[in-house]
Design a protein around this ligand. Structure first.
Ligand SMILES: [Zn+2]
Length: 455
């Protein structure tokens, strides 16, 4: 019997954030530029960490406090959600009455997925990269991690953090076009297969997206087990942006044309396959700038993620928006679902021409996946787009912390700076989030224990 249990997020400490981010960058985020600097020097300093434009630093102490509260909450929730996951086959802890305390296979943080933040810089509304921090945590706790990202923007910060690492393999489906943020993510395979970037065409619909996503997931998952360094994945992180929904106001008319069905289909497939293969799943959010549609998407995708615990539950979801304070905002359909019109799907251009353009783009996407498969199966040498420097051998473990930087008691370790070439494996789950379940204040988790909180 499955249950859904909401948790209040635990905040990340400086120690947790320092497992990936540069201490000087964190200090700037927390306290702002030193008062001794001139206005120009302050501006130059902020610019050097990309704390400008869409990632400005608040100018007042109270504003900085709000920002710090936000970044520690976002990162804390994702790490905490990851910490709640338990391996299949493990014996759940029990409370004093002998009931299982937790047995969590799927955990979610829709506030997370800040995939553009870098080790020492902000980007695209992302100040800290909770996705990297959570993947690091899961790599240490479970072993090899598959990170999948279906936000319409390239997962540049996550890819950069784990580039060359076969311990966290990154796969990003996104839009790639000149002038489209962040400008990276050209089609191709990096580090002999440890990174895979597949751009999808403007106007891509659920009918194109769903089978392709499923083939990407199944191909990458299955072939890693047999052909790639480190073997099978032991855990999965899926970042789900809602900005691929048709009509997203920030992306504009040339974006994807998915509906909530398309996103939910991808989440449900991932959850079902993770259940079958007995690997824990962490689901994170991402962009999504029509707040009502993003709410619809994350609501439906929450149910889709429960397919990893209770198969069939998505098909039983009532289509209507739930009654409540914001019910009027779901009008005029008052539905949880979104459904773009065919003409709207292609940005008002000729439907036949638009359709041919999408089909051509999907053919290219299938070609990239096929290229990845041939590379990792050893049928062709190397990758394309990236050179093979450092990839496929020891790899670059950038973003993965050494044991020295770990702290069990929450105090800042002596060496808290991530090492670009750190290949240590600190193993186990000796982190201070370990007993998070006994301090029930993390993100949302879908669990399969016998708790009676909710059905
Ligand atoms: Zn996005």
């Amino acid at each position: 019997m499955g249950v859904i249990r909401p948790y209040k997020p635990m905040k990340a400490s400086l120690v947790h954030l320092s497992k990936f981010h540069d201490p000087d960058y964190l200090s700037l985020l927390q306290s702002g530029p030193p008062p001794s600097l001139s206005p120009k020097e302050s501006l130059d300093l902020l610019d050097s960490y990309n704390l400008v434009d869409d990632c400005e630093l608040p100018p007042t102490p109270s504003g900085l406090k709000v920002l710090w509260n936000y970044v520690t909450s976002v990162a804390g929730a994702s790490i905490h959600a990851a910490s709640l996951l338990t391996p299949y086959g493990s014996t759940p802890k029990r409370d004093s009455a002998g009931r299982p305390v937790r047995d969590v296979r799927v955990a979610l943080n829709w506030g997370g997925g800040r995939h553009h933040a870098r080790l020492d810089g902000a980007g695209g509304f992302c100040y800290v990269n909770d996705a990297v921090l959570a993947a690091q945590y899961m790599r240490r706790k479970f072993g090899k991690v598959l990170y999948l990202d279906i936000d319409i923007h390239h997962a540049d910060g996550v890819e950069e953090a784990f580039r060359g690492s076969w311990r966290v393999v990154t796969v990003s489906l996104h839009k790639f076009h000149q002038g489209f943020f962040p400008g990276t993510g050209e089609a191709g395979v990096g580090s002999g297969g440890a990174e895979l970037n597949i751009p999808l065409p403007d106007g891509v619909t659920d009918a194109d997206f769903k089978p392709f996503y499923e083939s990407v997931f199944d191909t990458v998952f299955t072939i890693n087990e047999t052909h790639c360094r480190g073997g099978a994945f032991k855990a999965v992180v899926l970042a789900v942006g809602a900005d691929g929904l048709h009509g997203d106001p920030v992306v504009g008319r040339d974006g994807w044309s998915l509906s909530t069905h398309g996103l939910a289909g991808a989440v449900a497939h991932t959850a079902r396959r993770c259940r079958e293969m007995k690997v824990p799943l962490l689901v994170l959010g991402g962009g999504g700038y029509d707040d009502v549609n993003a709410t619809r998407a994350f609501g439906i995708c929450t149910v889709a993620a429960c397919e990893g615990v209770k198969p069939g539950v998505l098909s039983r979801l009532p289509p209507g928006a739930p009654e409540g304070e914001y019910f009027h905002r779901y009008g005029p359909t008052f539905s949880l679902h979104t459904s773009p019109t065919e003409r709207g799907t292609y940005g008002g251009t000729d439907v036949g021409r638009g359709r041919r353009r999408v089909e051509g783009g999907m053919e290219d996407a299938r070609g990239v996946l096929g290229g990845w498969k041939r590379i990792v199966e050893g049928k062709v040498d190397g990758g394309f787009r990236y050179d093979e420097e450092g990839g496929g051998e020891e790899g670059n473990e950038d973003g993965e912390m050494s044991k020295d930087g770990m702290s069990v008691n929450g105090e800042l370790g002596k060496d808290t700076k991530p090492r670009a070439q750190d290949t240590s494996d600190d193993g186990g789950d000796n982190d201070d989030y370990d007993d998070a379940d006994e301090n029930p204040n993390a993100a949302l988790s879908a669990s399969s224990n016998t708790d009676k909180d909710a059905e």
